[in-house]
Design a protein around this ligand. Structure first.
Ligand SMILES: Cc1cc2nc3c(=O)[nH]c(=O)nc-3n(C[C@H](O)[C@H](O)[C@H](O)COP(=O)(O)OP(=O)(O)OC[C@H]3O[C@@H](n4cnc5c(N)ncnc54)[C@H](O)[C@@H]3O)c2cc1C
Length: 423
């Protein structure tokens, strides 16, 4: 017989923890947080650098310190956390199958589910890099875990492909541990990481950032001996004659993160092709009744503070759903959000304008670097909100707040776009 609970939270990282605390504070007691690792805290446990929590706690914390603050809140409330428990599947009617050493196979029926499984790194196999398959090629996150948690150095002469935040942070980390980071190559003409990480992790250590460059060959049969880097044109095609060989024993890959969406797919949830995470409405409800999503499983965030804020909303909304059985006060009126010119995606994808009484955090990423531009949120000719920006970059998530009163009378889809040269 399936065990019955009100709320199941899948993942005990910052998203799962913040969702659990908020659901508890909204009156839900009967819940379980499932975490496959033996510790709570998620990816933050291996991020020993500082820079976390500036928004939430107005302090610069390390990853484990930030996680510890939420773990404390979870423990103080006596929230039931099953660590070492891996969720294997979720059915569309919210039956969860999990497995752990202590409990074996567990079947749990939940009234509501919050997905908070985080994301994973894009591996070499997904990157189509030509060349051999020698030892010495790691994703940046794997190298981070080896160095920070296992006390092992992957190598001494390092090249990094991709300038996402994890790659930038690992460039500094490997340097501090005595390695020589020769270059960070980035396919795009701009970095995939935060500006502060470029300054603090590359510029401060004289590590060159090669924009519009990529690895075109890998040399070494059993062990990595070197990589060839070439410049690319504006279509990403290597330019003949620009190849340069770098002798190295380690290649770190920091080429993007992908939401862990296997469980979401099994639950019949519609996936947004731009984010690879679930399509959600303003309450962070997925297309499957009673299942909510937040954090990096929904869309990749650059700051954990936004993850915690979003997850707390998912926790409150799931609690409301459990208490109100999903019944809405007014007849729903659903309006879509559309990514317009210069915008890659929006989260959420829809809003029920007839039943919204909380501010909506409309989050999105831009397609390119835009200087002196205006973000315009409009429905037909009606500009709902606009925000001037000195610069917007794809690596930094944008957050626009839409107040419920701004949606009065809005009938048509809402488009978010970038207007260039408007300031
Ligand atoms: C290298 C790196 C550096 C970063 N630097 C910064 C920084 O300087 N400042 C900042 O603010 N943010 C930073 N971030 C971002 C921040 O750490 C993330 O945004 C945040 O950790 C995402 O939280 P999450 O809970 O969604 O995912 P995660 O932290 O990944 O947690 C997801 C959890 O779900 C669990 N899980 C997954 N699948 C299952 C399953 N089937 N069953 C049970 N459990 C499951 C996982 O084990 C994991 O514990 C950094 C991230 C990385 C990777």
């Amino acid at each position: 017989m399936a065990e019955h609970i009100s709320l199941a939270i899948i993942g005990g990282g910052p998203a799962g923890l913040a969702a659990a605390v908020a659901a508890y504070d909204s009156g839900i007691r009967d819940m379980i947080v499932f975490e496959r690792d033996n510790e709570l805290g998620g990816i933050l446990n291996q991020c020993i650098h500082n820079g976390f929590g500036l928004h939430t706690f107005k302090e610069e914390l390390t990853g484990p310190e930030y996680a510890a603050r939420f773990i404390k809140q979870v423990k103080e409330r006596g929230i039931n956390c099953r660590t070492g428990s891996m969720v294997l599947s979720i059915s569309p009617d919210r039956e969860i199958t999990a497995v752990s050493r202590e409990r074996g196979l567990q079947i749990i029926q939940a009234d509501a589910v919050i997905l908070a499984m985080g994301c994973r790194e894009r591996p070499r196999g997904a990157l189509n890099i030509p060349g051999m398959r020698p030892q010495g090629i790691y994703t940046a996150g794997t190298a981070q875990k080896l160095v920070n948690c296992e006390g092992m150095m992957p190598g001494k002469e390092v090249v990094i492909l991709g300038s996402g935040d994890i790659g930038l942070i690992m460039a500094r980390r490997m340097t501090l541990e005595g390695a020589h980071v020769k270059a960070v190559a980035e396919l795009m003409p701009y970095s995939g990481g935060l500006k502060r990480n470029i300054v603090q992790c590359l510029d401060d250590y004289d590590i060159p950032l090669l924009l519009s460059h990529t690895v075109v060959d890998i040399k070494g049969k059993r062990k990595l001996e070197g990589v060839t880097i070439a410049q690319v044109d504006n279509t990403g095609t290597p330019i003949p004659g620009t190849e340069q060989y770098y002798e190295c024993d380690t290649l770190l890959l920091s080429c993007g993160l992908i939401p862990e969406n296997e469980l979401s797919l099994a639950a019949g949830i519609t996936i947004n092709s731009a984010t690879n995470g679930p399509v959600v409405d303003e309450r962070l409800t997925t297309s499957t009744e009673g299942i909510f999503a937040c954090g990096n499983v929904l869309h990749v965030h650059d700051l954990v503070d936004f993850v915690s804020e979003e997850a707390a909303r998912a926790g409150r909304n799931a609690a409301d759903y459990i208490k109100e059985k999903g019944v809405r006060k007014n007849t729903p009126h659903i309006v879509g959000f559309t990514a317009g010119s210069g915008v890659r995606y929006t989260v959420p994808c829809t809003v029920d304008t007839a039943n919204t009484d909380e501010d909506i955090h409309l989050r999105f990423r831009v397609r390119n670097v835009y200087k002196g531009c205006t973000i315009k949120v409009r429905s037909g000719d009606n500009v709902i909100v606009s925000k001037k920006k000195r610069i917007t970059v794809p690596s930094e998530m944008e957050d626009i707040i839409i107040k419920p009163e701004m949606l009065t009378g809005v009938e048509d889809d809402i488009t978010v776009s970038i207007e260039e040269g408007s300031i």
